[in-house]
Design a protein around this ligand. Structure first.
Ligand SMILES: NC(=O)c1ccc[n+]([C@@H]2O[C@H](COP(=O)([O-])OP(=O)(O)OC[C@H]3O[C@@H](n4cnc5c(N)ncnc54)[C@H](OP(=O)(O)O)[C@@H]3O)[C@@H](O)[C@H]2O)c1
Length: 369
């Protein structure tokens, strides 16, 4: 009997994974690690999230309290003795504090708690695969590069945010300290929207593109490219990587690659098209962060009520990433038979549609928890 343990299923990536797995009857049983004060609350949090993925009634009603394991990776000792863990055959571990904000829990959860969890799972006899979800950005890519998967570890000072440092550190620690763990690492690039549901499941990162274009200036040039995939493609890849009997590599990018990455000029045109307005094109200006600071007084007029300091912080962080102009090679994943993802600009209209009437400050909350 196959039993999949998913962490982070109240979130964006694992929510998509669970919705897809249930619709395909991919596993015989599911165990879902959730933060909640009771199994009832945990189940209801999971179902609420599945509804954002348009999960059908049959799938929703197939879940019961038996599927819920209450637990917090900040306090893993409280759930690691649960006997149901002994029956787990596969794990997709995507729970993390996935925030560019400053959050004291980032290290505690993403590194310390996750390492304890991995050590525990390394002792589960029936476990066939532990798929850990990292992030492609954790390797500190060189600007302009087509990045291939590697497990080199860069110093903390080189990381733009603590989040990528924590994601890089946990990979290294699991490799060093859990030799018995059947570990495979999937590193998604930038996950934005869903190829048919747009931003209904989450507005994560989509607001950055809208924010920059509404301002008419940002730190990247329109010629720079960005590697974006939709969450349903990411879920399909994660399920393939966890289920596949043998995989030769330790690390896989889940990404658009060189072929399906898109330029900001294409994004400008596609968003303008969806909004029924002309693109910025030559009216757009590439600026540095100091120029963005100069126009902070305009923010409230452009974006509505907002916290100027938070907007500037977001612009600096995402601006630095946007001008990296990196693509992540997906050759290894394609080599396993995974199809190419759709291009961001091919489903961007759904993202525009599903965020119509939602302000930038409202949309960005999800990334600044
Ligand atoms: N989104 C992207 O573009 C992207 C790109 C590359 C990699 N990733 C990776 O993908 C994974 C999932 O990201 P996401 O975008 O789905 O993030 P998300 O929507 O913020 O979901 C995070 C999930 O982790 C859970 N979690 C957080 N802290 C926890 C704790 N202390 N104990 C147990 N569960 C906890 C959250 O539970 P609560 O609901 O209780 O908070 C939620 O279910 C992360 O590991 C991230 O690094 C994401």
């Amino acid at each position: 009997m196959s039993s999949l343990l998913i962490t982070g299923a109240t979130g964006f990536l694992s929510g998509a994974v669970l919705a897809k797995a249930l619709s395909e009857n991919a596993f015989d049983h599911y165990l879902l690690l959730v933060r909640a004060s009771s199994a009832e609350e945990g189940l209801s949090r999971i179902k609420e999230n599945l509804q954002r993925f348009a999960c059908d009634e049959k799938s929703l009603s197939s879940l019961s309290l038996q599927n819920i394991i209450i637990g917090d990776l900040a306090e893993p000792d409280r759930f690691l003795n649960d006997e149901r863990l002994l029956e787990v055959t596969h794990v997709i571990n995507a729970a993390a504090v996935a925030s560019f904000g400053e959050n004291a829990l980032i290290w505690k959860v993403n590194v310390e708690g996750t390492l304890k969890f991995a050590r525990r799972m390394a002792n589960v006899r029936k476990l066939k695969r532990f798929l850990h979800v990292g992030t492609a950005m954790s390797c500190i890519p060189e600007a302009g590069a087509l990045v291939t998967e590697s497990i080199t570890h860069k110093e903390e000072e080189e990381h733009l945010v603590q989040y990528t440092w924590s994601k890089s550190s946990i990979e290294q620690l699991m490799l060093e300290q859990c030799p018995a763990l059947p570990l495979v690492i999937a590193r998604p690039s930038i996950v934005v929207g869903h190829s048919s549901l747009g931003c209904r499941p989450s507005s994560s990162i989509f607001w950055v593109f809208r924010m920059a274009l509404m301002l008419g200036k940002f730190m990247c040039s329109l010629g720079d490219k960005i590697d974006v995939i939709p969450v349903d493609y990411c879920a399909e890849a994660l399920l393939m990587l966890v289920k596949r009997r043998t995989v030769e590599e330790r690390v896989y990018h889940v990404s658009a690659g060189d072929e399906r990455s898109v330029s900001f000029a294409e994004i400008d045109r596609a968003i303008a098209d969806a909004l029924g307005q002309p693109p910025l094109s030559s009216d757009y200006r590439q600026v540095d962060y100091e120029d963005l600071i100069q126009c902070r007084r305009e923010f409230k007029t452009i974006y509505g009520p907002c916290n100027e300091r938070l907007m500037l912080r977001a612009m600096r962080l995402y601006g630095e990433f946007s001008r990296l102009n990196v693509r992540f090679s997906n050759k290894k994943l394609l080599g396993l038979g995974m199809p190419h993802p759709p291009r961001f600009v091919d489903y961007i209209r759904h993202c525009v549609e599903t965020t119509r009437g939602t302000s930038i400050p409202e949309m960005m909350k999800v990334d600044f928890k």
